[in-house]
Design a protein around this ligand. Structure first.
Ligand code: GLN
Length: 304
């Protein structure tokens, strides 16, 4: 079992490394964060876990929330989900449009923006109150009610979301968006604006390390096959055009967000959340990637 001392030592090592990353500024509100924040929380399955640094501070989870979207959409639609999107790595950035045109409006996978926007459209058709129902779903996974959307971030992203506008319009032109594009983007921006601490994030992802069951309530959210598939998608697509690098260096299924968060999962063992806002050129937390690389190497705890 990984000890708190080991995690603290690794945290302090990485804290001293030069950070070559840059805080995301294409969503203006995200640039207001203190760039030196750094928090870690590791939660073994069925145990309380421990944190170091800024692990109790909330941050914008951004694309990490796409995994909750996938869990809810896959749970509701089953295999039919794959009629509207694929599950292959894209090898392109999170907001790339190029593939979408030559693949006729079918996004490569659920974790790039195009795939998540299609899942939002699917859920608008199924859920009675999409924003409220999604938030309740996340709170159920977290076993905490203190999880909210940040409307300031939603407004900030809506005002500058030119690329996502292009994506949703192209999807609509190919017939892969059924609802009003404004409504779909509004739902998507809300999902991305959720704020959590590293401790909450590590807790919310526990079911993926536990065969689809939330450990502390014993509620089954996903069957074993769906849970396996979601972990596989995180492994192959969770870091966009850096998914290979993350598998190579860290060796765990995981997901990043432009708020600087990363979640990683060692099935049947633990979840670990890291937050450091400065991003590398692929939009993934610079220090977060390094911390996880050192963690899995030094504790010999990757899936490979
Ligand atoms: N809301 C962000 C966007 O759509 C999410 C991107 C990310 O976290 N990689 O651009």
């Amino acid at each position: 079992m990984i000890s708190q001392n080991t995690v603290t030592k690794l945290y302090n090592d990485i804290l001293g490394f030069p950070d070559h990353g840059k805080v995301a500024s294409y969503i203006p509100e995200l640039a207001n964060v203190n760039p030196d924040k750094f928090g870690v929380f590791l939660k073994p399955v069925y145990s309380e876990g421990f944190g170091v640094g800024d692990f109790e501070e909330k941050f914008s989870v951004q694309s990490i929330a796409k995994v909750f979207l996938l869990a809810l959409a896959f749970r509701k639609k089953g295999e039919d989900l794959w009629e509207r999107l694929g599950y292959e790595p894209s090898g392109t950035s999170f907001n790339s449009i190029v593939q979408l045109e030559y693949e006729k409006g079918i996004p490569r996978n659920p974790l790039i923006n195009a795939g998540s926007i299609v899942m939002c459209d699917i859920l608008i058709d199924i859920l009675e109150n999409p924003k409220e129902d999604f938030l309740q779903f996340v709170r159920k996974l977290a076993i905490e009610d203190d999880i909210q959307y940040n409307e300031t971030i939603v407004t900030s992203e809506s005002k500058t979301g030119y690329t996502n506008n292009a994506i949703v319009n192209l999807l609509k032109a190919f017939g892969n968006i059924h609802n009003d594009i404004g409504e779909v983007l509004d739902f998507y921006y809300h999902i991305c604006s959720i704020e959590m601490t590293c401790r909450q994030l590590a807790g919310t992802f526990q079911l993926f390390a536990n065969n689809g069951i939330v450990p502390h309530t014993q509620e089954r959210i996903l069957d074993i096959s769906k849970n396996k598939r979601i972990n596989a998608i995180m492994q192959t697509c969770g870091f966009y055009d850096e998914a290979g690098e993350f598998a190579f260096k860290v060796g765990l299924p995981g997901k990043s967000g432009v708020g600087g968060g990363i979640i990683a999962i060692l099935p049947h063992q633990y979840t670990v959340a890291v937050w450091s806002p400065k991003l590398n050129s692929k939009g993934n937390s610079y220090k977060g990637m390094r911390f996880l690389e050192h963690l899995t190497s030094e504790t010999v705890s990757s899936i490979f």
